[in-house]
Design a binder for this molecule. Structure first.
Ligand code: HEM
Length: 482
């Protein structure tokens, strides 16, 4: 009897102590959180309710409904974890540039992705990797890219002849090879054959497990905890496939050390012993770079073709711009300078990326208390940045913010920080200029050969938000030879 009483008293005292320590730890966070503007936001119960009941396709509208216009942030409590959600351009710009908001939260990134690549690395390790890898993306390195992009674009456009004048077809199957094969040739010194490559199978499995894992990551679970479950085993299998593939790419590069196509590509830099990367770091960087490059570029090119296919006036203007440039010089070769001659094309791409932020939500974690535009944000706060909501905010883009109108960019942007599909600051996408160049080269080649039509109505597009934004309604267009 005494034993049970003692046990009960001990348990109650332990619980009280536990909650007291927890409370003490987060007291300061609470004190600061209360002073931040806005209503107190989501409680634990409402956060849980959303996570349990929401479908993936609802995530976009849920985020949109919680980023309020009247406040620069929405507060969310999850257990003892404090999060803020924001779409405020000035606030976001400061977050991208503050040393105290340099790191990523555990949420999705560390719990799921590989740990030694740029997307997840923290602090000085990230800085070291980034400084070295930046060398693969300098202006000098960019000069060799248009030729590779042009060769691959012409190959894909050749393949498109099998679907020309045959009604609408799914674009991703044709654009995917362009993004993946250019990535292989320019970053891995490796010719990937999209249709025969195991990497595609691994990638498709990855997309599916990443989406399934998302709700678990929000409640703080990592792939290690899930390892005994079916999902855990699927995740392990996907990463094993990536490892086998990239180990092979590394092996081939090492064997061909002396006859590399180009020096200083990403893989050359990673394998250079002077840079001191471990085997695991090399592999993780390659996986992350591929994940960063492939889906994003494929989706944006496809989205641009759909937008142009829906807007005859835009197509007319775009084709005119391209024809005028080539009328002046029929045999013009692609180069960074040459690509400057297509300002309307750039507007069309940027407007598509504004409406459809392919990475809709990014996150940072405060490593210390930090003043962001006059608001003191507590240490260990997760800042969720809704690029999607910011890029559709009427405050920055006017009452027609929800419409596709490349002309709005004619005289530059009134609020340049409100356009951030590659984010900003020191963790801005490393492939920003690479991606813009690749997309331009592909689209110029495309519009010299084909016209495009898309019967879908803009307002009927349904999107889902996982790690990237995806059109649930597909990416269908028809094409006609000019
Ligand atoms: C349209 C195409 C692309 C878009 C929209 C895009 C967007 C992004 C975004 C939003 C981030 C996250 C930055 C952050 O958390 O602040 C990112 C990071 C990254 N992207 Fe891209 N990306 C694209 C293409 C590429 C390409 C072509 C490559 C490689 C060749 C690439 C490699 C990376 C890497 C390695 C990172 C991590 C950078 C770091 O944390 O230092 N991306 N990208």
């Amino acid at each position: 009897m005494i034993g049970i009483e003692f046990f009960l008293i001990f348990s109650v005292v332990s619980l009280i102590t536990y909650f007291f320590v927890l409370y003490w730890k987060i007291k300061r966070i609470h004190e600061l959180a209360i002073k931040l503007p806005g209503h107190n936001g989501l409680s634990l119960l409402s956060s849980l309710h959303i996570i349990v009941t929401a479908k993936r396709k609802d995530y976009v509208s849920i985020v949109m409904s919680y980023v309020k216009d009247e406040y620069p942030m929405t507060k969310v409590w999850f257990m003892n974890k404090f999060l803020i959600l924001t779409k405020d351009a000035d606030f976001i710009n400061k977050v991208f540039n503050s040393p105290q908001t340099y790191n990523k939260p555990d949420l999705f990134y560390k719990g799921f992705m590989t740990s030694k690549g740029l997307i997840t690395l923290a602090g000085s390790e990230h800085k070291r990797h980034r400084k070295v890898l930046n060398k693969a993306f300098t202006s000098k390195m960019m000069q060799r890219l248009p030729e590779i992009f042009d060769e691959k674009a012409k190959k894909i456009i050749g393949n498109l002849s099998e679907v020309e004048d045959r009604g609408e077809f799914e674009l991703l199957n044709y654009i995917g090879p362009f993004s993946l094969e250019t990535f292989g040739k320019s970053n891995l010194n490796y010719e990937i054959d999209y249709h025969r490559s195991e990497i595609l199978d691994a990638y498709e499995r990855y997309s599916s497990v990443a989406a399934d894992f998302l709700p678990y990551s929000i409640i703080g679970l990592s792939k290690n905890i899930l390892s005994p479950t079916k999902l855990g085993r699927r995740i392990k299998e996907v990463f094993q496939k990536f490892h086998i593939y990239f180990d092979d790419v590394v092996k081939i590069n090492k064997e061909n050390e002396n006859n590399n196509m180009v020096e200083n590509t990403a893989i050359d830099i990673l394998l250079d012993p002077n840079n001191g990367f471990t085997e695991e770091e090399v592999r993780d960087e390659l996986i992350m770079m591929m994940l960063g490059a492939f889906e994003t570029s494929t989706r944006i090119i496809s989205m641009v073709l759909m937008m142009v296919g829906m807007n005859k006036d835009v197509q007319h203007k775009l084709v005119n711009e391209i024809e005028e440039v080539y009328n002046e010089d029929k045999d013009a070769k692609f180069s960074a300078d040459f690509l400057q001659k297509f300002p309307y094309l750039e507007m069309v791409i940027k407007e598509t990326m504004r409406l459809f932020a392919v990475v809709p939500l990014v996150a940072r974690e405060t490593s210390d208390e930090v003043d962001i535009n006059g608001f003191l944000i507590p240490k260990n706060t997760t800042i969720l940045i809704s690029i999607y909501a910011m890029q559709r905010d009427e405050k920055y883009w006017g009452s027609d913010a929800h419409l596709f109108k490349p002309e709005r960019l004619e005289n530059g942007m009134e609020f340049p920080h409100a356009w951030a599909p590659f984010t900003g600051g020191s963790r801005i996408c490393i492939g920003y200029r690479y991606a813009m160049m690749a997309m331009k080269v592909f689209l110029i080649n495309f519009f010299r050969t084909y016209t495009v039509n898309c019967s879908q109505k803009f307002e009927d597009i349904e999107s889902e938000m996982t790690m990237t934004l995806n059109f649930l309604t597909g990416y269908k267009v028809g094409i006609h030879k000019k």
